[in-house]
Design a protein around this ligand. Structure first.
Ligand SMILES: *[C@@H]1O[C@H](CO)[C@@H](O)[C@H](O)[C@H]1NC(C)=O
Ligand SMILES: *[C@@H]1O[C@H](CO)[C@@H](O)[C@H](O)[C@H]1NC(C)=O
Ligand SMILES: *[C@@H]1O[C@H](CO)[C@@H](O)[C@H](O)[C@H]1NC(C)=O
Length: 277
């Protein structure tokens, strides 16, 4: 009898609405409460690249104390720093992007932020353990060393693009004078607090399907940047998943097309703000 009574109780419109609202809020809570590691683990590790230390048209050099894949003219006054995802600087697609920047006249640099220890799927090290050793704060400190070394050798403007793990390093660089502009591609752990202190032109290329940095959060980022009069470009790519710009299937034309569109947008943004300076 109590059961029947409750059903008639929630069928009254006002209570029904309150019930639905509570249910909606309750259901949306677990997403917002995921820890950083769980968020990363849930989608950042799909389609891992086959690492190849000799991939790409460039070479490996030491810059600012780090090994780095470099592509393009060493005497170029304009450089692009590419900050990898957890799979590191030997990923062929990432090096291919560096080669694209090189073809546009930049000196492209992809540092080995993990000192020869990229995340390896199914290894005995879990992602939270690995992240304790390879945090983005350390990556940020290393990135500044690389930029300082580039400046010392005559580069006068640097732009940065960061992917996933690297997107978090990228947003930290975007609040400094080390770079002229940044692009974040499906970044991880970026919050409004990070965006509020950004001072260089910032583009964010994001996936519609990304539970770590979902579309409604990106909209908020755009509003905050505009309020602070920071040039920004927020683009949400439909039907693609987090990671699509670097971890795409070469044999799938739709996946390749979506990735290439993001590369063009990235190149366009950094060309506009790095070459103009
Ligand atoms: C690694 O890259 C080099 C240079 O592009 C290529 O010749 C070689 O076939 C690649 N190796 C694998 C296993 O794909
Ligand atoms: C890694 O483990 C997952 C399941 O835990 C499995 O589906 C996948 O095939 C494994 N990958 C490799 C390269 O062993
Ligand atoms: C890559 O795309 C091709 C063509 O659509 C498909 O046959 C293949 O299964 C895909 N590979 C993976 C790993 O999804």
């Amino acid at each position: 009898m109590a059961h029947v009574h409750m059903l008639s109780f929630i069928s009254r419109p006002l209570f029904k609405l309150a019930f639905l609202l509570t249910l909606t809020i309750f259901l949306s809570l677990p997403l917002g409460n995921w820890s950083a590691e769980e968020k990363l683990g849930s989608h950042c590790l799909e389609n891992p690249p086959t690492l190849n230390e000799s991939s790409g048209g460039g070479s490996v050099k030491k810059i600012g104390g780090l090994k780095a894949y470099v592509s393009g003219h060493a005497h170029s006054k304009l450089a692009i720093l590419l900050v990898s995802d957890v799979f590191g600087y030997e990923a062929p697609h990432l090096r291919h992007i560096a080669d694209k920047f090189a073809q546009s006249g930049f000196y492209a640099v992809v540092p080995d932020f993990f000192y020869g220890d990229p995340y390896v799927q199914n290894s005995s090290t879990t992602i939270p353990e690995w992240l304790k050793i390879h945090g983005t704060d350390k990556g940020f400190e290393d990135a500044k060393k690389v930029v300082a070394a580039l400046r010392k050798k005559g580069v006068h403007a640097v732009g940065a693009a960061g992917f996933c793990w690297g997107g978090n390093v990228g947003v930290k660089l975007a609040k400094t004078d080390f770079i002229k502009a940044a692009v974040l591609l499906h970044p991880s752990w970026v919050t409004v607090e990070f965006i509020e202190v950004v001072k260089v032109p910032l583009a964010i290329l994001a996936a519609e399907l990304d539970n770590g940095t979902p579309p409604q959060l990106l909209k908020q980022f755009g509003e905050v940047l505009s309020q602070h009069k920071v040039d920004n470009f927020i683009k949400i790519f439909p039907k693609v998943k987090h990671g699509w710009t670097v971890r795409y299937n070469d044999s799938d034309p739709t996946a390749v097309k979506a990735a290439e569109e993001s590369h063009q947008d990235m190149l366009h943004w950094l060309t506009k703000y790095v070459k103009e300076t």
